[in-house]
Design a protein. Sequence first.
Length: 524
Amino acid sequence: MTIHNNMITLIFILLNLISLSCQAANDNSELQPKTIFIAGDSTAASYNKVDQQGWAGVLSDYFSDQVVIDNRARGGRSSRTFITEGLWNKLIDDVQPGDMVLIQFGHNDAGLINDTKRARGSLATIDFGDIKHISNSININQIDIDNLQTGDKETVYSFGHYIRQMVQDVRAKNATPVLLSLTARNVWQGQRIERGSGNYGYLSYQLAWQLDTPFIDVTNPVADLFETMGKANTAKLYPKDHTHFNPTGAHIHAKVIVAALKGLKPSLPHAFYSEQGQQVAPNDWSWLRLPFVANNRLDNVFLVGDSTVRNGAGDGSNDEWGWGDLLTDQLETKKVNVINRAVGGFSSRTFVTSGHWQRALNMMKPGDHVLIQFGHNDASAINDNSRARGSIKSTGEEIRVIDNQLTKQAETVHSYGWYLRKMIGEAKARGITPIICSPVPRKIWQNGRIKRHHNSYQQWSQQIARQSNTMFFDLHNLVANQYDQLGKSAVSPLFADKHTHTSKAGAELTANIVSQQLHYVMGH
């Protein structure tokens, strides 16, 4: 009996050890580089001057001694010349397995391809032919030149070619590449600051998707902050010219990058950050790789909503797709940009309180359209320690004051209608056309038809649209009518889960309906 009990005890201990080992392995999802390298131009390079400092020159202030910040950025370089001058080879030779390399180019890639002074430009394409979002791009991937600066023959490639080489080289070292959009320039039009010098920030975004690399949008968060500061205060950060900032401007950019690094999946360990770095609030949504404006010359259609519009990272994980990610293929994108800023799990309330609405609004310009669809998550609990995302079920002015169990902050919660009216009003105040969409239907059948809910979000969204003289797309009934015609067996494969999230085919069906409605409104 004693031997038997001892065997049971031994087995129990072994099982616990295996369990703890597995748990540790699962928890070990953090990146743990010994060194974080930076490849970039003068906006990242170290200068330590009163009137000029690159963001990577102060990045080490935000990290502890558990990781080395090795800034290899060099002023005046493009993605092309960083490679052709051998700077990249020197960097990659020092990269070790597990390291991280932050890659940010574009300011100088827009320079001349061939001249006697710099000869640093690259071709404004990304190689794979996927330039449908970039009109008037040079539709070639390479060109042979007699370099007027070096006197050598050279084949100049696309921006995508050079960035792709860097990503591939980093991965060959079993290290992690991270692509970044450009730093902000002090260039204003009215009260709005420039959001990206040329198309290179968006090209980096496209490459991040093609190569499945993490991406950090530096441009828009910094632009958001500068617009709140105003022209005069922003100008103080750029004493030298409109591109290069002083140490204070460097810290602003560095904090945005640190916040985004904290929101990547996997992320860096908490212990990697210094006390100063730990004070930077994380950008919890950076892993989503949310899109931004591709071509500033075109009108925009923005989408805001929940997971039925953009599911997860918008990559079809678990075969779940939001209709917004299929809308681009339905519209004529040479005439309009489609920017899907919907975030799964959010209600009208939390989309506003989290800042997602304001960040999307900051990207919009007069003449743009924004489609607004919420409701699925507004029915959740108003206050709990899990989501705390519900809104008051009405279109009125009721309020409820709570101590939010999730955020640990006091909050005044409003009605579903109040949050919609807020978004409508703020869009119209900027010359943007809002379009309210009723929530898409769930796959719940009743007497051979998709179940329609009464005195609920479908009716409330329509009521708010009418009261505010706002366009309304009744997606609830338009999509449900299509489901009714198709029948249960045909509708079943249009969903990737029990009744809420659509498959790619289901998302395409809804996107087609939305595109038809937009065609009537915009003529695209």
